[in-house]
Ligand binder design. Structure first.
Ligand SMILES: NC(=O)c1ccc[n+]([C@@H]2O[C@H](COP(=O)([O-])OP(=O)(O)OC[C@H]3O[C@@H](n4cnc5c(N)ncnc54)[C@H](O)[C@@H]3O)[C@@H](O)[C@H]2O)c1
Length: 412
């Protein structure tokens, strides 16, 4: 029986999905360190983690029975993806399960800052009745400039337009403009027209220090700035200066160049204590709904990989979207070198197998060929496929005896 180990308090819906697929699930609340993980994984085929468990090359190499790892998070930095791919371990994450949560936080902050809500709130808590319209605006009719029009940026674009905002965006890739949003060709053009500038770029290394003093200086006087993407993208000292000088009228920051490790730790930042600046502890994607969505999303990807061999949205294996066909299936992950497919099909031909369907995808140095053959287990081709020096992992599903791929070790 296939067994899954889910660490770090993964949402119970993930357990339900895996158990419904006939997988035995064990859950543990905390993370495991490297040696504990190696020892524990000997009994499991699937590992589920969040951000604290490190799946190193050593862990992968010491766990030949491991078939797949689900990171119930957006990032995959905690896994050695190359080592996992090299040993035929599929890795799945949840790239957009918390998109809506980030977008809703951004919308709420745009309205709160444009209305100077935090200033009024603080004054009243301090016992001051500051009843004034000074500096408070509706967002309707104002222009939102979105830098990075990916999952989050484009979703924010839709909601902002529904609030009556005009949307412009800048993205380094070609992107479809949603609704009436208008693409601009340069960052400068975006900064010139935007009453609010919000950053939603990804965490590629080239984005370090993307937004500094020069770009803040080009923003409209009284404009508002948001960063809910990555901390290293923005120069927070420069942001502080532009808030203190009154050039910018407010900011919301959810991500910081250095962030405390755990809940309850002390937080230091040049942005603390500034007027009309909302600081949140990297909670853009942290809602109960997002946790549930992540649990469901990743568990379904793991289930589908185990039952059908489907690698859709795997971050490290060639992607093939596969359905149940009711016939036997041979899923071969191999080194992507010329002639592999011909050699594989020669093995099938030598055994008189009638191929009903075959799909191939490649990704860098890896290839994934999935072949449907009805009476798969009776032909004995598997030992020849396992012996090929290009084979990374072979999984065979018998249509009649087993609904799922049985656990099998990596070849090399
Ligand atoms: N605050 C949180 O809790 C939280 C939660 C989820 C995601 N995030 C972060 O939000 C960001 C966006 O996430 P996403 O899912 O929308 O990512 P995404 O990959 O879908 O979109 C990023 C977009 O930015 C564009 N881009 C990259 N560099 C750029 C640049 N220099 N100038 C203009 N465009 C650029 C890309 O072409 C892409 O369209 C990521 O950095 C992610 O880590 C934060």
């Amino acid at each position: 029986m296939l067994r899954a180990l889910l660490l770090e308090n993964i949402h119970p819906d993930a357990v339900a999905i895996l158990e419904a697929a006939g997988i035995e699930v064990e859950t543990r609340p905390g993370a495991l360190d490297e040696s504990e993980l190696i020892e524990t994984l000997a009994d499991f085929h699937i590992l589920g983690i969040r951000s604290k468990t490190q799946v190193t090359r050593r862990v992968i190499e010491a766990s030949p029975g491991l078939l797949a790892v689900g990171t119930f998070s957006i990032g995959t930095n905690q896994i050695d993806l190359e080592a996992a791919a090299g040993h035929g371990v599929a890795v799945f994450n949840a790239p957009f399960s918390n998109t809506r949560s980030v977008v809703e936080l951004a919308v709420s902050e745009i309205i709160a800052l444009t209305r100077r809500l935090t200033v009024r709130d603080k004054a009243l808590h301090d016992g001051v009745w500051d009843k004034t319209a000074d500096g408070s605006h509706e967002v309707r009719g104002r222009t939102l400039g979105i830098i990075g029009y990916g999952n989050i940026g484009s979703q924010l674009s839709v909601l902002a337009e529904n609030l009556g905002m005009n949307v412009v965006f800048f993205d380094t890739s070609e992107k479809l403009a949603l609704g009436n949003a208008r693409r601009v060709e340069t960052l400068g053009e975006l900064l010139e027209v935007s009453d609010t500038v919000t950053i939603h770029v990804d965490g590629r290394a080239g984005n370090a220090g993307l937004f500094g003093d020069d770009l803040f200086a080009r923003m409209k006087p009284g404009a508002i700035f948001l960063n809910l993407s990555r901390g290293f993208v923005v120069d927070v000292e420069a942001l502080r200066e532009h808030i203190l000088s009154g050039h910018l009228s407010g900011a919301a920051v959810d991500v910081f160049p250095t962030e405390p490790k755990k809940r309850g730790d002390h937080f230091e930042s040049p942005l603390r204590g500034l007027d009309n600046v909302i600081l949140t502890p990297h909670v853009g994607g942290s809602t109960e709904e997002a946790q549930q969505n992540i649990g469901l999303f990743v568990a379904k990807k793991l289930r589908d990989y185990l039952l059908t061999g489907s690698t859709t949205l795997s971050v490290n294996l060639p992607n093939l979207q596969l359905e149940h066909t009711g016939v036997g299936r041979i899923a071969l992950l191999h080194r992507n070198v010329p002639g592999v497919l011909a050699a594989v099909n020669q093995v099938f031909a030598d055994h008189g197998a009638n191929i009903e369907a075959q799909m191939l995808a490649t990704h860098g140095e890896l290839g994934y060929v999935v072949t449907d053959i009805s009476d798969v287990t009776h032909r004995g081709a598997s030992s020849k496929l396992m012996a090929m020096d290009t084979t990374v992992r072979l999984r065979i599903r018998d249509a009649f005896d087993r609904p799922e791929f049985p656990p099998g070790p990596a070849a090399h």
